[in-house]
Design a protein around this ligand. Structure first.
Ligand code: NDP
Length: 479
């Protein structure tokens, strides 16, 4: 029997996805550049379903039913192009190449356009959930043509995670790079989510002297309420873990420099291109950057003075931190979703934010109880202009604002950096203020660069003749 899908690239993600397809009843052709990985997979898990062992691309392609579906799970970047190049001469019109790696959506758009000229479908698929998700059911974000989704979607939906209501955490996102774009933004939100958790941890420890083991219990409690999410759940696990070698809290034996593989950085780069204010995500990427500047930090510790102020911690401090965490988390989701709206306009994608939030409900790293409410907010006919102004969220965040302000003030006084707590609050305030100092910015830009400005009381663009008699003239709009 020919295979319904071929997977090439059998490192941790590819192997687990291949097993997931096989466990769901599909016949899967296996291929890896070095045959050893294929054999190791068959040796360990060959009895889980129907696999076809192949050694070469020719064998892989020959083992597939048509239209052929070949899923690439190789290292993102140049390897994807090289595997595509070796596949293309072997494929026929209508066949589908699927890239399930963390590729940059710009590359996906280029590859899709190029392969379309050859009559091939190219589907960039965002896959989230890590190793375990790939095996047990990830959240899947496929882009590409609608036609290719007809041939591929049912299979992806079958292996995906299922939400509480039974819906698959997989839906067609939109054309070309949309799937990888949405996965990228998912990862950006993931960065911010982890950073706010870190800020809460730091404040609870530095501000209130709560040790990791006790914090594990606090996070466990938090996971039962509105913060309920995978990342809060695993925070309790990590904080509760004790290092076997030293008997110290595990978190204390880890070097405090956070790594990154690139999707957070891409999110911020793309946000800048779109003019989308994703400050929480940007701050979380920068916070990782600062954490990694260990040499400068070592000197900073010696040279720089904090002048922190001792702050009396009230009884409600832990609850205040929980609320600040919740509010900041809402902001990062709001910014991520807003960025999707901007991208939809820029790249001509019909992005349905309710469907996207729905497929993040299970399987992925940012899965959270909150996503069910976000789904509902965007399922309404009248879409909110921003998540924070959707009635349910406007109310929820309003309740958290007093605690949020107290926490940011306390952190500033203590000298504990909380870049995402504080920038999220600034975003919230920016969104609700009737007047922003951007008016002054426009005035300055007009003075030094004749960039013109709009007036609050009349249509059109204006310029003040600053070097002359300061009369105002109507101008062509050049802001
Ligand atoms: P890696 O990113 O470590 O990639 C290793 C695989 O790529 C191996 O199968 C390797 O083959 C193959 N490969 C590398 N270069 C080439 C090449 N030039 N030609 C052919 N094959 C090549 O594997 P992962 O399983 O970690 O990730 C796969 C993809 O999934 C990546 O894009 C990753 O970003 C993404 N991803 C990973 C997640 C994770 O949690 N790890 C989560 C979500 C997505 P060989 O064995 O011969 O070296």
């Amino acid at each position: 029997m020919p295979a319904q899908i071929g997977v090439t690239g059998l490192a941790v993600m590819g192997a687990n996805l291949a097993r997931n397809f096989a466990r769901n009843g599909y016949t899967v052709a296996l291929h890896n550049r070095s045959v050893a990985k294929t054999d190791a997979l068959l040796e360990a898990h060959g009895d889980e379903g129907n696999f076809i062992r192949t050694e070469t691309m020719e064998e892989l392609v020959a083992s597939l039913e048509t239209p052929r579906r070949v899923m690439l799970m190789v290292k993102a970047g140049a390897p994807v192009d090289s595997v595509i190049d070796s596949l293309v001469p072997l494929l026929e019109e209508g066949d589908i190449i699927i890239d399930g790696g963390n590729s940059n959506f710009v590359d996906t758009r280029r590859r899709e356009a190029d392969l379309a000229t050859k009559g091939l479908h190219f589907v960039g698929v965002g896959v989230s959930g890590g190793e375990e998700g790939a095996l047990l059911g990830p959240s899947i974000m496929p882009g590409g043509s609608k036609e290719s989704y007809k041939a591929l979607g049912p299979m992806l939906e079958k292996i995906s995670a299922k939400a509480d209501d039974g819906a698959p955490c997989c839906a067609w996102i939109s054309t070309d790079g949309a799937g990888h774009f949405v996965k990228m933004v998912h990862n950006g939100i993931e960065y911010a989510d982890m950073q706010v958790i870190g800020e809460a941890f730091d404040l609870l420890r530095t501000g209130a002297g709560i040790e990791p083991a006790e914090q594990a219990t606090i996070f466990e409690q938090w996971n039962k309420g509105e913060l309920s999410s995978f990342l809060i759940e695993i925070t309790a696990e990590v904080l509760g873990h004790v290092d076997a070698k030293t008997g110290k809290p595990f978190v204390d034996v880890i070097v405090d420099s956070a790594g990154q593989k690139g999707t957070g950085r891409w999110t911020v780069q793309s946000a800048l291109d779109l003019g989308s204010p994703t400050s929480a995500i940007a701050e979380s990427v920068f916070a990782r950057g600062l954490s990694s500047q260990r040499d400068q930090r070592a000197i900073g510790q010696e040279v720089l003075t904090g002048h922190g102020v001792a702050v009396e911690m009230g009884e409600g401090f832990v609850e205040d931190v929980r609320q600040a965490l919740f509010a900041s988390k809402l902001v990062s989701y709001a910014q991520g979703l807003d960025m999707l709206t901007s991208a939809g306009i820029e790249y001509n994608w019909e992005l349905k934010l309710d469907e996207i939030a729905a497929l993040w409900r299970e399987g992925c790293i940012i899965r959270a109880a909150l996503l069910a409410d976000i789904t509902k907010a965007y399922a309404k006919d009248e879409k909110p202009a921003n998540l924070l102004v959707a009635p349910a969220f406007a109310q929820a965040i309003a309740q958290a604002v007093p605690a949020w302000r107290r926490v940011v003030s306390t952190a500033v006084q203590l000298g504990v950096p909380v870049p995402v707590f504080s920038s999220s609050l600034a975003y919230y305030d920016g969104l609700r203020r009737p007047r922003l100092p951007a008016a002054l910015t426009q005035g300055l830009r007009d003075l030094f660069g004749a960039h013109t400005y709009n007036r609050v009381d009349s249509e059109g663009s204006f310029h003040t003749q600053w070097t002359g008699d300061k009369t105002e003239v109507e101008a062509e709009d050049t802001h």
